[in-house]
Design a protein around this ligand. Structure first.
Ligand code: CO
Length: 235
């Protein structure tokens, strides 16, 4: 696959000329505290013609404050996300911003591709309240054990207004790295296990609409169509 190595500066709060979630700045300014993340070439904003300008490979920035929720059917939600390799300050700032967004929408989970960054990372908190023992960051996660089955109501910040019954495993064990790159395993059941499965799906480009029953698809047909029309109009 073809990647652009983009210098990320989460400290920059400058305005971007485009309204794109990547908000890549091309001023070429260098700040202290640079970090790096890997992005796929197709993630370059369309405002840049889908090409990677030379300057971007060296000095571009992503304005984390400009990140926003990517909604169905945006093709970025269909990417197979790439592994996180660098656990640096930029990653910390990115995760902080993800938590702000998740709590702002009363979410219980949010995957990086939902804010336009196709890296293998999600955050979760089944309480939807900031802080507490259930708040977690899961980087390069793998579900290593599954058991039981459970049907429960599920929504997704990328499918606003839609909620439907989805069958999941009742309990799972996940292995992941934390924000400092340390590996851990965690066993969860119920809602937390459901979140782990839903968010792990996002990292492989699998969406709520893929897991819906035919009946749920019919029930939510109008809402899905509205989202498709909104997306088409935003292009
Ligand atoms: Co979701």
């Amino acid at each position: 696959m073809n990647y652009a190595r983009i210098i990320v500066n989460g400290g920059c709060r400058g305005r971007c000329v485009c309204d794109h979630v990547y908000a890549v700045h091309l001023r070429g300014r260098k700040h202290s505290g640079h970090g790096t993340l890997m992005f796929q070439q197709q993630l370059i904003p369309s405002s840049l013609g889908g090409k990677i300008p030379d300057v971007m490979s060296a000095m571009s920035e992503i304005d984390f404050s400009a990140l926003k929720v990517v909604k169905y059917p945006d093709p970025r939600l269909r990417e197979i996300c790439t592994a996180v390799e660098e656990f640096d300050d930029s990653l910390h700032r990115f995760v902080e911003r993800m938590f702000e967004i998740m709590y702002a929408f009363n979410g219980v989970g949010l995957a990086a591709p939902q804010v336009g960054q196709t890296i293998r990372l999600f955050i979760a908190n089944p309480t939807a309240e900031p802080g507490g023992e259930y708040e977690g960051v899961y980087i390069n996660p793998e579900i290593i054990e599954r058991s039981g089955s459970d049907v429960g109501e599920e929504g997704c910040l990328s499918f606003p207004g839609i909620s439907c019954k989805i069958k999941r495993c009742e309990a799972v064990t996940i292995r992941a790295s934390n924000i400092d790159g340390e590996t851990f395993t965690q066993t969860a059941e119920g809602l937390q296990a459901r979140i782990f499965q839903h968010e792990s799906d996002h990292l492989d480009g699998i969406l709520l609409s893929d897991r819906m029953s035919t009946v749920a698809k019919i029930t939510n047909r109008r809402l899905l169509k509205d989202l498709e029309e909104d997306y088409a109009q935003s292009k």
